[in-house]
Design a protein around this ligand. Structure first.
Ligand code: DGJ
Length: 546
């Protein structure tokens, strides 16, 4: 494979990214267990940014675009609320969507729309007042004693009908507005669904369904626990209630998604508030997460009940590296593309972007990228200005010039990535023929084993290292990263060495611009990526056998 050809392709793709001639609908595809989001027929990397929940109004967008541009995001995730598009039953108002799409085009950004409707963080708060005020028609879930929960029931046939009708109206509007330019890439259906405090609906219709045999599609996807067939309790024992609730919610969302796609076919996904990924095997629900939400252990049930959804995706708000890595592993499956629609905007999370994009995600999107005067600390950053955006912008600046090519490399299985762990321990990334050995908290000169100083580099008090590497030819690598020592070496038992490491960048035409060749001190102790991210093009070689 010739590097030059790859870069030329990257260039062509970059220019196609926002062209008004897009005709092919975006779609998610799979090959050899890896995925790509095709935009204009080619893999696209979402360098995303999600705005605050209440930024879905034209005036609010004024505080959005400066943050998006500071971040260098290529895609913005914005809520569209049922309460705003159907304030009175049957009267639709898509004026915000029109404004948003128009401004996104002016800003040369793509969009992902978030359908906040029956459930937003499990609650009904984004439903229109006419839904909130009619509990007989739009029923809540009931507990064992018949007491209503705060959460709407997935067995509310009128709720489903009304939500679906509004969603289909949105998709029909988008079809008219956007099927030529394709500014909108994907749609998230509902937001962080499930129920806190109650494992499932115990109302009569729900109870009757619970006593039915588990549907064949579920049995085919989700391994039985207690018996090969029978009722939910027979088959799934202590997990029956939560699995049943996942099925009920997935079926409801899947029905809405299918109707939306029949009108205008865009990729669709769900996001979720995660359960602890380190509890393996997962224990039955014990009020410790939102039951019925698309947590990692019920992805199979969502696949069975909601085939119209392309992806079940994680929202990452726990900074522990072991948790983050476990979640990335659990959500990246041959039948489920990795896509991270939310990750906290606190600086400590920014290094994970290298791990996420390196392991071949369709994209990532920090949450709260918006200069609205609101901070979701302690979940996210305390600052609400450029200071909040900068740690993420640093990383996006590395990926931005190679975004389309990176998506292709990832789809071809050529990329890897890592973030410094909380344990600060070395890590390795394996490639065909070569291995990258990573270590952290090193001075740029010398070996820590020499113990010549007790001092550690300033700014490494918290883990902040990260690296993403693409094997762009058999013996050639593109290395993007910060605060990491990278040693590229032959696999054990093989011969090989580093021949050349160029620090450089891509110009606005997609051409590699070499800034300097790292040699001498700059390579004697590995490639020591500084606090400010750098990009290196590294050529390896194998000496001829004697
Ligand atoms: C996750 C939700 O999906 C977001 O909409 C938001 O509520 C954050 N949590 C918290 O800021």
């Amino acid at each position: 494979m010739k590097t030059k050809t790859l870069f030329a392709t990257a260039l062509a793709c970059l220019f196609a990214a926002q062209s008004a001639c897009a005709t092919e609908a975006p779609r998610v595809i799979e090959r050899n267990g890896r995925h790509a989001l095709l935009v204009d027929g080619k893999p696209f990397l979402i360098l995303g940014a999600q705005v605050h929940n209440s930024s879905n109004y034209p005036e609010a967008l004024k505080a959005v675009w400066p943050a998006i541009n500071d971040l260098k995001a290529n895609t913005v995730l914005v809520p569209v609320a049922w309460e705003q598009v159907e304030p009175e039953e049957g009267r639709f108002d898509f004026s915000f969507v029109d404004t948003l799409v128009k401004q996104a085009r002016q800003q040369k950004k793509h969009l992902v729309l978030l359908w906040f409707a029956t459930w937003k963080n499990t609650s009904a708060q984004y439903t229109p007042a006419w839904v909130k005020l009619a509990p007989q028609r739009f029923p809540a879930m009931l507990d064992h004693d018949g007491k209503p929960s705060y959460c709407l029931s997935p067995f509310g046939t009128e709720t489903l009908k009304a939500d679906k009708r509004a969603f289909v109206a949105l998709m029909a509007h988008l079809k008219k507005l956007d099927s030529t330019e394709r500014t909108v890439l994907m749609v998230q259906v509902e937001n962080e669904v499930g129920t806190y405090g109650l494992v499932r609906d115990f109302a009569p219709a729900a109870q009757a369904a619970f006593e039915q045999p588990v549907p064949a599609a579920v049995l085919a996807h989700k391994k039985p626990v207690a018996a090969p067939a029978g009722t939910w309790r027979d088959v799934y024992g202590d997990y029956a209630d939560e699995y049943f609730h996942a099925w009920a919610i997935a079926r409801y969302i899947g029905d809405i998604a299918a109707a939306g796609r029949a009108t205008y076919d865009l990729p669709m996904y769900v996001n979720n508030a995660l359960r602890n990924p380190l509890e393996q095997p997962p224990k039955p629900w014990n009020k410790d997460f939102a039951s019925g939400g698309p947590t990692h252990d019920v992805i199979d049930i969502y696949k069975a009940a909601a085939p119209a959804l392309d992806i079940v995706s994680p929202d990452i708000y726990n900074a522990e590296s072991e948790q983050v890595n476990a979640n990335l592993r659990l959500f990246q499956r041959a039948d489920n593309a990795l896509w991270v629609p939310e990750i906290s905007n606190a600086a400590i999370y920014s290094r994970y972007l290298y791990a996420i994009l390196g392991r071949g995600a369709l994209g990532v999107s920090p949450f709260g990228i918006d200069y609205f005067n609101y901070s979701n600390f302690p979940l996210g950053a305390t600052s609400t200005d450029r200071e909040m955006v900068e740690p993420f912008a640093r990383v996006y600046r590395m990926f931005q010039p190679v975004q389309r090519q990176w998506a292709q490399w990832a789809f071809d299985g050529r990329t890897r990535g890592a973030a410094e762990g909380d344990d600060r321990k070395p890590q390795t990334l394996e490639f065909p023929g070569w291995v990258a050995k990573l270590s952290y908290r090193e001075w740029q000169f010398g070996e820590s084993s020499w113990k010549s100083t007790d001092k550690l580099p300033a700014g490494t008090e918290q883990p902040g290292g990260g690296v993403a590497i693409a094997q762009i030819a058999d013996d050639e690598f593109l290395v993007l990263g910060q605060r990491t020592r990278v040693r590229l070496e032959p696999l054990p038992g093989q011969n090989g060495m580093m021949l050349r490491a160029e620090q450089g960048r891509f110009d606005d035409k997609g051409r590699w611009v070499m800034e300097r060749v790292w040699n001498g001190d700059q390579v004697d102790y590995g490639l020591n990526l500084p606090a400010e991210p750098v990009m290196l093009k590294v050529t390896m070689g194998r000496p001829a056998k004697p």
